[in-house]
Design a protein around this ligand. Structure first.
Ligand SMILES: N[C@@H](CCC(=O)N[C@@H](CS)C(=O)NCC(=O)O)C(=O)O
Length: 205
């Protein structure tokens, strides 16, 4: 039995959930908030979401969960060839490391009523500019990020770019997603998929 832990606002949980839905997998969707409680640390050593329990064995890190789903549960959104798969993973890394993680130090001020220093903001803005430029050099958006077929990199972009876009708009007056040509078209295509429709419906509740 599969048990997915997370909550609907989490981009990483949604990436894992979309991968499971794309595979047509049956899983228990457990509403879990990040936590440093001993009981949850036994499932997720950093207390983060998502975590996927596979017959009692816990797995964390959305990219590891995606790989497990792709290899074992079917409905893979990876290309058939090794180079294509590596390129999709490369795009996912760009999105996670150089867009999502670049924006995260500013979440407190952008969304939670806190403040962060000007230095943190300047660093975040410079890192985001570089991350977006790098993604644009690699992404094809024809119409999907890695070409004609949807891949896990589209799921990553779909759920993670809006968070960075929110930070950039609020703190820098910068419509970050508009600087990724083809992103809006890809989003429109993904919204046609049952997995995304299901997640959007659950987020709206
Ligand atoms: N690299 C991890 C990131 C997971 C992550 O940062 N999750 C956030 C929610 S979107 C979280 O649990 N944050 C709580 C914390 O950092 O303590 C993944 O890909 O799963």
């Amino acid at each position: 039995m599969l048990k997915l832990h997370g909550f609907p606002v989490s981009n990483y949980y949604n990436i894992a959930k979309a991968a499971l839905l794309e595979a047509g997998a049956e899983f228990e969707d457990v509403r879990t908030m990040p936590s440093q409680d001993e009981a949850y640390l036994a499932v997720s050593p950093l207390g983060k979401v998502p975590a996927l329990e596979v017959d009692g064995t816990a797995l964390t890190e959305s990219s590891a969960i995606v790989d497990y789903v792709a290899e074992h549960l079917g409905g893979s959104l990876y290309p058939a060839d090794a180079l294509g798969r590596a390129q999709v993973r490369e795009l996912m890394k760009y999105i996670e490391l150089y867009i999502d993680l670049a924006a995260r130090p500013c979440l407190r001020e952008a969304f939670f009523g806190g403040t962060v220093s000007d230095e943190v903001k300047e660093t975040a803005k410079a890192n985001l500019k570089q991350g977006v430029a790098a993604l644009n050099r690699r992404a094809s958006f024809a119409p999907y990020i890695a070409g004609a077929e949807p891949t896990y990199a589209d799921l990553a972009a779909y759920f993670s770019v809006p968070l960075a876009d929110g930070v950039a708009k609020k703190l820098f007056g910068w419509a970050l997603a508009d600087d990724i040509p083809g992103y809006a078209g890809m989003v429109a295509k993904l919204k046609e998929r049952d997995s995304i429709k299901a997640i959007e419906a659950s987020r709206a509740r």
